[in-house]
Unconditional design. Structure first.
Lengths: 1032, 365
């Protein structure tokens, strides 16, 4: 079939070239209309349900909110697992669906189940909300507002009612998380003492306020002519008007709301706070929609923000629109990749010209690059895969390789045409081009398929790595496949068009090849004279290289140079927003002093519907760096930030780049290598068992950082109702609870309209009476007989340590112990842990442990990878056998793999010294290229013996090697030089992941090419067998 | 041949093994590091044993319980602020309710009293006149016998009637006085019944107001107390002095506590206004130090403060025995004058002390 394709291409060369140009044009068009993002959607298919339960403790949230939601969502089709966390004031239920499911269908199913749930939740709990479907990268922009003229309440109102709605209307925006500011309420702040004096219950105030602020439809009047709507006006909407609402009639007149309460606009209870450069602020995090184009959304947002800028400036409001702009990274990455393509392409052209010494052949070869890359891009876009850094990375590492097939083909056609030109009776050009193409056809096809096959295991990786690197693998495979297609069609067609016209070809070899060939021949002879010495030297070299491998560090991804860092700090649970912001202010002050830091901002606590669901003791900081900083400068700033944080008392901290952060957040479950989950019903018993397990774990050699994941530690004021006292006064517990709720959380009694803005009217205690534990005791309570009591008359308070968080997995209560392991292998650690826990900790029927952790997940992933790699390996071996038709030669070709591995390892050692998933991809690519080069060499030996009938001896080996020298050198050099710009400048935006790959590929190519050219012929000569078959 | 085949075979085994090892690292986080650690466990142990994984370089110095050591530079850097504890005197106070007394009943009593006294005076005149008439008639009857016995008897009857009326009106006056005293106590009624009472005039002209202070049921007024402090808006800082007058006779219907009259010199109070009163619970001040609310942190059910013991050493101390005072606690024991109280950053120090409790929340799912 291939011969037909080649024949067709040579015959209808014009058509083929026209189709290629069409492909190029369409590729340019498709690329210019495609969306650009940072990473592929790497998050698992999750639906997160958040339920605001203001005022409830973690225990109450768990029982009253989380459990009903979990029960309602149980058993949904496609659910992989369900997890939940109950923290004070918030329930978060996370359903993770299998990757094969449809995310929109999943949301539909969840939505249907949630519909019937509202009645099952307690009063005052907001309806469960699905967190908007956002892209994995999440934030597309972080902006903030500060002002000297306006208070935080005015800023927050501006954001909630003006800025946010406008930004939400920008295409691609999923949600806006607003941190900080003060949410405006019209508060009826009751005076406890006055209530006592006038003999009034809080409920009396609530009822009076409800009757004053309720909004109801009034109906209409209609007669035979007209219908007119009824509208009531004059309802109290301001503090002053509300203060005149009658509360109770007395002998001397009416008692008004204003007599027992101060009515004022005040801030709603906050769940978070924010600051910019230490100054109180409102910070907005704009979340991008699933599969939205980050760059386009950013531009849309900037356009929308531009509309506000002048007005804000006039009002004395500062808009900080550059706190975080992920698009910067995309732009600089694209710029870097663009530069790489240009420089790499230039270097490739230079090599081709040097080696081929013919502009036309160089042009023919280089055409393969745009054709292959655009063909791959078109297919990717048709597959609904967005263009992102990983896709571009796949294409970038394919850059040097997509040209290889074309070079081999062109070089062979060029050589055969030259030889043909020297013949007395030259054959027809079409025949020569066809024969020359067919000559290398099989090796080109097999080699390309091998290069593609070694990448297949990458597509089977599980988890985040799988989702991240799959587009890279697909892009690479597609590009290689496209290059094969180009080599079989466009290259012969172009060769026929360009090499047979416009002047005759020189029958001489290009000058550089003429220069190199004799030198190479001499070296090869010298090497083949001392085979044992050479083999043992090479073996030692390879072993030394392999020995280095375990010394290298490891990381999931290299440090990304996004020009931005995210800091997390956490204090002990119970730390107030004010204290978190104070600590943050100090940290921001120090960080801002670091040279190269452009802006700092902080948010403490959380935002409604926010991805981060933490308590007020937790803060995140956005640290934006000056634009254009290189990798080393960014690293220096990172080191300084870490030093600042390390010195700071009372916090645990972490600094990451945004994307690393998102990936960390996305990896489900704990990232500790050892995790023991204890399941059960009784939280105290779970704590007890978990503590016992932690104690056992700490005693095991190698355990480090043993932690209980949800320890009691949240300070709480426990109000213990005295039932006898309640009975004496005729009070019901719920009446007391309702009073406490109104007093400290606030009872929403209605809404008031202010133009298009709606604010809650809330009955609550003033802030000054909600600060100290004693304030709780002074809450007024009215008995049914009208006696006024204080809470202390019917309840006792005690400050206790409660839980900040209650975890569920699979709708079961869970307590977790995690540990790192240092200085010993995980397998033996796990075995000892299981044995010792089994021996030393007793479990009852309703409490049982589960031993898991990243190590277990890794082991499973490794097993999968080994199976897939083995399958791919077998397929590669079969292809090699088909290409070489000899088991012996096939095994000898494989010797080149350690050659390349050694070079790659040395390259890692001399660059970052760290292996990442990107490095793995580099090695995979390298193995493919190395095998291709070996096949080229060995198949040519085979060609010489089988096709040309030469005897298999040293002369044939040297001739074969010399004839293959140009193509092997060209392909190796082209690939290496195409990678060089990335490898040299790998610590810069857009090159961080590809950089290590490029270094490994270059290092491996150097070692494997040298050994391939110098050692493989000797090995083949000594151990290889080529026999001319009679039937051939 | 056999040897060569073996070479081929072992080459395949070697290559496949190398390929598998190289490809083995899984996709998940730190897979390579796991392998690295697995392979060179003993090697890395040796390296790690030489490496202190705890970044706190103060580990070598043992720290007592409830102590936090923070480098002096870091304290300022972290924004910790202290203030020198100053000794002060403190009258512990309890809160009570005060009502501005409507003095109209007193005015009524005063009117009734005046009326009764007037009637008494009239009756006195009448009795004196009747007595004089009786005396005259008796003298005439005994001297000249020109007066009929009947007339003398009539005059005696008139005198007796006048005398009885006088006595009755005297009782009336006494009854008004008794009523006043029963309702208002002796002191207040003395202002009412006294002639030209300056205090009564001040009350009538609203220069002074009379306050009824009702103590909580379980609180008594300490002896020899001369003044208390009252306020309209409940804020202790705005309180004004009210001076003791007398115990009141009745108490509040609901609170059932002891009640007292106090007077306050302000023209702004209106009758029946309800006020907050702070009553000293001792008549001799206690000596100690004042701890503001912002210095207090709660832990394990108790209130605590941090004291800077040395330049870089902070000690957590309980202030459980502190007495509630405006904006904080007054602590008699446990804190000394001149010590440095942490007034900003106490929660951060607590966080540092319990740093082991802080989880890396990023690992939470």
């Amino acid at each position: 079939m291939l011969s037909h394709i080649v024949a067709f291409s040579v015959r209808f060369r014009g058509v083929v070239v026209a189709l290629a140009m069409l492909l190029l044009g369409y590729g340019v068009y498709a690329l210019s209309n495609s969306s650009l993002d940072i990473f592929p959607e790497f998050a698992p298919k999750q639906v997160i349900i958040q339920t605001e339960s203001q005022g409830l403790t973690a225990e109450q949230v768990e029982v009253l909110v989380t459990q009903p939601i979990e029960n309602a969502l149980g058993g949904l089709v496609g659910t992989e697992f369900i997890r939940s966390q109950s923290i004070p004031g918030l329930s978060v239920v996370t359903l993770t669906f299998y990757d094969s499911t449809d995310i929109y269908r999943n949301r539909q199913l969840v939505s249907e189940r949630l519909l019937g749930l509202n009645d099952a939740l307690p009063t005052g709990v907001a309806p469960p909300l699905m967190v908007p479907l956002a892209s994995s990268s999440g934030t597309v922009m972080t902006i903030g507002l500060t002002s000297d003229n306006h208070d935080l309440m005015a800023l927050r109102s501006l954001v909630d009612w003006t800025l946010s709605p406008r930004l939400l209307s920008v295409e691609g925006v999923a949600d806006i998380n607003v941190f900080g500011g003060e949410e405006k309420q019209l508060q009826i702040q009751i005076d406890s003492d006055k209530l006592i004096r006038y003999g009034l219950a809080i409920d009396d105030v609530i009822q009076a306020a409800k009757q004053a602020t309720g909004i109801m439809a009034s109906g209409y009047i209609e007669n035979s002519n007209q219908r007119m709507m009824l509208k009531i006006s004059g309802q109290p909407t301001t503090a002053e008007q509300l203060s005149k609402v009658v509360l109770k009639g007395t002998e001397t007149g009416s008692l008004l709301l204003g007599d027992v309460a101060q009515i004022t606009t005040a801030a709603a209870p906050a769940i978070g706070g924010a600051a910019i450069a230490g100054k109180p602020a409102v910070v907005l995090m704009v979340i991008g929609q699933y599969k939205a184009n980050t760059l386009a959304v950013t531009l849309g947002l900037e356009q929308a923000l531009a509309e506000f800028k002048d007005g804000f400036a006039v009002d004395g409001i500062t808009l900080h629109d550059d706190l975080f702009r992920p698009a910067n990274y995309i732009e600089s990455s694209l710029q870097n990749i663009r530069e790489h393509l240009l420089v790499g392409g230039g270097l490739v052209m230079l090599v081709l010209l040097l080696f081929l010494f013919n502009l036309r052949t160089a042009l023919i070869s280089i055409t393969a690059i745009p054709l292959s890359l655009f063909a791959a891009l078109i297919v990717l876009l048709e597959m609904d895969i967005n263009i992102n850094i990983m896709v571009l990375g796949g294409l970038a590492i394919a850059l040097g390789e997509v040209i290889d097939d074309a070079i081999i083909d062109t070089e062979n056609i060029f050589r055969r045409l030259r030889e043909n030109a020297a013949l007395a009776q030259p054959k027809s050009t079409m025949t020569v081009v066809y024969d020359a193409s067919m000559e290398v056809r099989s090796s080109v096809v097999y080699a390309s398929f091998i290069v593609m096959l070694v990448f297949v295991p990458l597509l089977t990786l599980s988890g985040v790595a799988g989702r991240m690197f799959e587009p890279l693998g697909i892009a690479y495979i597609l590009a290689i496949f496209a290059s094969l297609g180009v080599a079989l069609t466009v290259t012969p067609a172009l060769c026929h068009i360009l090499l047979t016209r416009w002047g005759s070809l020189s029958d001489k070899e290009p000058p550089l090849v003429r220069l190199l060939n004799p030198i190479y021949g001499r070296i090869l002879k010298g090497v083949s004279r001392f085979p044992k010495l050479v083999f043992s030297g090479v073996a030692l070299f390879c072993l030394a290289g392999l020995a280095i491998l375990p010394l290298l560090g490891g990381s999931f991804l290299p440090e990304l140079r996004e020009g931005h860092y995210i800091i997390h700090t956490a204090s002990v649970p119970g730390t107030s927003i004010a204290e978190s912001l104070r600590i943050g202010g100090q940290i921001e002050k120090r960080v801002a002093e670091i040279e190269g830091v452009r802006s700092t901002s902080q948010w403490a606590g959380r935002a409604e519907r926010g991805a981060d669901t933490y308590g007020t003791h937790y803060s995140e900081y956005e640290i934006a760096l000056d634009p254009g900083l290189g990798g080393q400068q960014q690293q220096a700033i990172l080191d300084e930030i870490r030093a600042v944080l390390l010195a700071f008392p009372g916090i645990n901290s972490e600094v990451n780049t945004f994307l690393t952060e998102r990936i960390d957040e996305t990896i489900s479950g704990y990232t500790s290598p050892v995790v023991v989950n204890v399941y059960g019903k009784d939280l105290a018993a779970l704590d007890h068992k978990a503590k016992q397990i932690a104690a056992v774990m700490r005693k095991i050699d190698g355990a480090a950082d043993v932690q209980l994941r949800a320890p009691p530690g949240e300070p709480q004021i426990e109000i213990r109702l005295l039932l006898d006292e309640l009975a004496y006064w005729g009070l019901k517990p719920v009446e007391v609870m309702a009073t406490v709720h109104a007093g400290f959380e606030g009872a929403v009694v209605g809404q008031v309209l202010d133009d298009n803005r709606v604010f809650d009217v809330v009955v609550t205690l003033p802030k000054s009476q909600k600060q100290q534990p004693e304030d709780v005791l002074m809450l007024p309570i009215k008995t049914p007989s009208g006696v006024m009591l204080r809470l202390k008359d019917v309840a006792q308070i005690q400050q206790v340590s409660g839980r900040h968080m209650i975890l569920h997995a699979g709708a079961q209560r869970l307590q977790t112990v995690t540990s790192n392991v240092t200085g010993r292998d995980l397998v033996s650690f796990f075995a000892e842990l299981k044995q010792r826990v089994h021996d030393e900790v007793e479990f009852s029927a309703d409490i049982y442990p589960e031993f898991t952790g990243a190590a277990v997940a890794q082991a499973q992933s490794k097993e999968d990878l080994i199976v897939h790699s083995s399958l791919a390996g077998i397929a590669v071996l079969l292809l090699l056998f088909m290409a070489l038709k000899s088991v012996r030669n096939m095994s000898l070709v494989l010797i080149n793999l350690p050659f390349s591995l050694v070079g790659g390892v040395i390259a890692v050692l001399f660059t970052s010294g760290v292996l990442s998933i990107g490095s793995l991809v580099g090695f995979i690519t390298l193995f493919g290229i190395t095998l291709r080069n070996s096949i080229m060499m060995v198949s040519h030996f085979q060609h010489l013996v089988v096709e040309e009938g030469l005897p298999w001896n040293a002369a044939t080996a040297i001739r074969g090697a010399q004839e293959r020298l140009p193509s092997i050198l060209i392909t190796a050099l082209v690939t290496a030089l195409a990678m060089l710009p990335i490898a040299l400048n790998s610590d810069n935006p857009g090159r961080e992941i590809m950089g290590p790959m490029a270094s490994i590929i270059i290092g491996g190519l150097i070692s494997s090419t040298i050994l391939n050219l110098l050692v493989l012929p000797s090995i083949m000569l000594r151990y290889g067998r080529f026999e001319k078959k009679t039937e051939e | 041949m056999t040897l060569r085949r073996k070479v081929g075979f072992w080459s395949i085994v070697l290559i496949v093994a190398v390929a598998i090892i190289a490809l083995m690292p899984a996709a998940t986080k730190s897979s390579f590091s796991g392998i690295v650690k697995g392979w060179l466990g003993s090697y890395t142990t040796a390296v790690q044993n030489n490496h202190d994984d705890d970044d706190d370089d103060d580990d070598d110095v043992p720290i007592e319980r409830l102590m936090v050591r923070i480098d002096g530079d870091i304290s300022a850097y972290a924004g910790i602020e202290t203030s020198v504890l100053a000794e002060s005197s403190f009258f512990p106070e309890s809160k009570a309710m005060a009502i501005v007394v409507d003095i109209r009943p007193l005015v009524t009593i005063k009117a009734r009293y005046n009326q009764a006294v007037s009637a008494l005076n009239v009756a006195k005149v009448a009795e004196r006149s009747a007595a004089q008439e009786l005396k005259r008639l008796n003298t005439l009857a005994k001297g000249v016998g020109s007066v009929a016995t009947k007339k003398v008897d009539y005059a005696r009857a008139v005198w007796r009637e006048a005398n009885a009326a006088l006595q009755g009106l005297g009782f009336e006056v006494q009854a008004v006085q008794d009523d006043g005293q029963q309702s208002w106590g002796a002191e207040v009624t003395s202002w009412v019944f006294a002639k030209n009472s300056e205090q009564w005039k001040r009350l009538l002209s609203h220069q002074d107001s009379l306050l009824l202070v009702i103590l909580p049921a379980d609180v008594s007024l300490v002896a020899d107390i001369s003044f208390i402090r009252v306020t309209r808006d409940g804020t202790q800082q705005q309180a004004r002095k009210a001076y003791f007058v007398s115990p009141a006779v009745s108490t509040g219907a609901l609170t059932q506590g002891e009640s007292y009259f106090f007077k306050i010199a302000t023209g702004r109070l209106r009758a029946r206004m309800r006020l907050d009163a702070w009553i000293p619970t001792t008549n001799t001040p206690i000596t100690g130090v004042f701890v503001p609310d912002k210095a207090i942190i709660w832990n394990d059910g108790l209130p605590w403060v941090y004291i800077e013991k040395e330049e870089d050493l902070y000690q957590r101390r309980s202030v459980q025995q502190g007495l509630p005072a405006t904006g904080g606690l007054f602590v008699e024991h446990g804190l000394a004058e001149g010590e440095l109280l942490v007034i900003k950053g106490a929660q951060m120090l607590l966080s540092e002390e319990f740093r082991w409790q802080i989880l890396d929340e990023d690992d939470d799912d």
